[in-house]
Write a protein that binds this ligand. Structure first.
Ligand code: PEP
Length: 244
């Protein structure tokens, strides 16, 4: 089995002082032959952390990017600007961006194409709402999101993040995750054939130091996308140590 990957999504958190303190607490504790670790601070901290992390086994990711290389897009950041800083990964289509910025599957797909073209690994998020799960529409929703958000030839990472589990302290159960992993894998193989077998699938949604070991041992879970708990060094390090 390949190394699992633990991605920390700091969201809109992290002054210069907080970010440096958090990274200092992780450095030296994250080892090169453990699971892969990537932290995704806000754009404003990327340049600073790129030098703080060099050299170290901790990778650097961004939380979004634009689909264009440059141009008249006030407030946006292009994939090339991220690679220029030494960023290797980019989270795309997080439910908070879909909800707060009206991002559609098509937008996410275009960004995934642009990110890959620039040499970034896109981490594309999909996930159902609580209503969709309760009404039994969750697999349909996920199927449509995968079809719409992942471009042809996609070779990035898929993150399954049920919206009702994000930031609520209520992670999906191991049964729910296991069943959804099976569904997602089938969808990926239906869409991408043989290549769909190797796309890594992460789980995200209230992963913490207590539930990480059981979530990370579910078949086909290639790692975790961690929000709140990635802001606390001790909790994030425990999650990393629960990964293989
Ligand atoms: C996330 O925002 O991607 C996330 C999973 O958040 P949390 O771990 O806080 O639920």
């Amino acid at each position: 089995m390949s190394r699992q990957i633990i991605v920390g999504n700091w969201k809109m958190n992290g002054t210069t002082r907080d970010s440096q303190a958090l990274v200092q607490a992780l450095l030296g504790k994250v080892i090169a032959d453990g699971p892969e670790v990537v932290i995704c601070p806000p754009f404003t901290q990327l340049a600073l952390l790129a030098s703080a992390l060099e050299p170290s086994p901790i990778g650097l990711g961004a939380q979004d990017c634009h689909k264009d290389v440059s141009g008249a897009h006030t407030g946006d950041i292009s994939p090339a600007m991220l690679t220029d800083l030494g960023v290797s990964h980019v989270i795309l289509g997080h439910s908070e961006r879909r909800q707060e910025h009206g991002e559609l599957d098509e937008t996410v797909r275009e960004k995934a194409v642009a990110a890959a073209k620039a040499g970034l690994t896109p981490i594309v998020c999909v996930g159902e709402t609580e209503d969709q799960r309760e009404s039994g529409d969750h697999f349909d929703t996920l199927g449509w999101q995968i079809k719409g958000s992942l471009p042809d030839g996609f070779s990035g990472i898929l993150a399954y993040e049920p919206i009702w589990a994000i930031g609520t302290g209520r992670a999906a159960t191991t049964e729910e995750i296991a069943e959804t992993m099976t569904f997602l894998r089938e969808e990926l193989v239906r869409q991408f054939g043989e290549a769909g077998k190797t796309i890594k699938i992460l789980y995200g949604g209230s992963v913490n130091d207590k539930n990480a070991a059981s979530i990370l041992s579910i078949a086909d879970v290639a790692g975790a996308l961690v929000g709140g708990a990635s802001l606390k060094a001790e909790a994030f390090l425990s999650i990393i140590s629960a990964a293989s």
